[in-house]
Design a protein around this ligand. Structure first.
Ligand code: FES
Ligand code: FES
Length: 189
């Protein structure tokens, strides 16, 4: 097939799309390839490299971000589908210059070793805490007739809710302790 310059440009134009991102509270309009994942846009276009690429196929949780309050795997999310949505990454948590209570708890509880999975763990745990505060049950909630309470959240509940985030270093007990520490500081446990 003969391709002239015009056809090449047309092909590129079809694949490019302007997306009005809102990242960590700031509008970041971008022209992106429609095939780009959110993970690649965050890391390669916005230099927000706190969100990690582990498996790039939805199994490790290293790329977890929060979109409109929900935990999302950025490697499985088309960036173009995030237009107009509120995307939070690890860089947005301490944007005021102070660590969040959960981030402090990760430090206090030694909830990491190499740290590669840690941004994803913290984003996931951040959303977990909001889910529990909202009374959202999990697969291991015994009684779903009542909203889940921060006062009675078991270690099993925390493990289940964090089960999408793998840690090759095996820091799981300390990660559970960090979440329990936050609940404790809120007077829940
Ligand atoms: S990099 Fe997205 S789940 Fe592993
Ligand atoms: S701290 Fe190393 S993979 Fe989790």
């Amino acid at each position: 097939m003969v391709m002239n310059d015009t056809s090449v440009v047309t092909t590129r134009d079809v694949r490019a799309v302007a997306v009005a991102f809102r990242i960590n509270g700031t509008d970041r309009p971008l022209d992106i390839d429609v095939r780009s994942t959110l993970l690649d846009v965050l890391r390669e276009k916005l230099q927000l490299t706190g969100t990690k690429k582990g498996c790039d196929q939805g199994t490790c949780g290293a790329c977890t971000v929060i979109i409109d309050g929900q935990r999302v795997l950025a490697c499985l999310t088309l960036a173009a589908s995030c237009a107009g949505q509120d995307v939070r990454t690890i860089e947005g948590l301490a944007s005021t210059g102070s660590l969040t209570v959960l981030q402090e708890a990760f430090l206090e509880c030694d909830a990491y070793q190499c740290g590669f999975c840690t941004p994803g763990q913290i984003m996931s745990a951040t959303a977990l805490l909001d889910e529990v505060r909202a009374g959202v049950p999990s697969h291991v909630t015994n009684d779903v007739s009542e909203p889940v309470s921060t006062k009675s959240l078991s270690a099993e509940e925390i493990r289940e809710r964090m089960s999408g985030n793998l840690c090759r270093c095996g820091a799981y007990p300390n990660i559970v302790a960090a979440v329990q520490s936050v609940l404790s500081k809120e007077g829940g446990q």
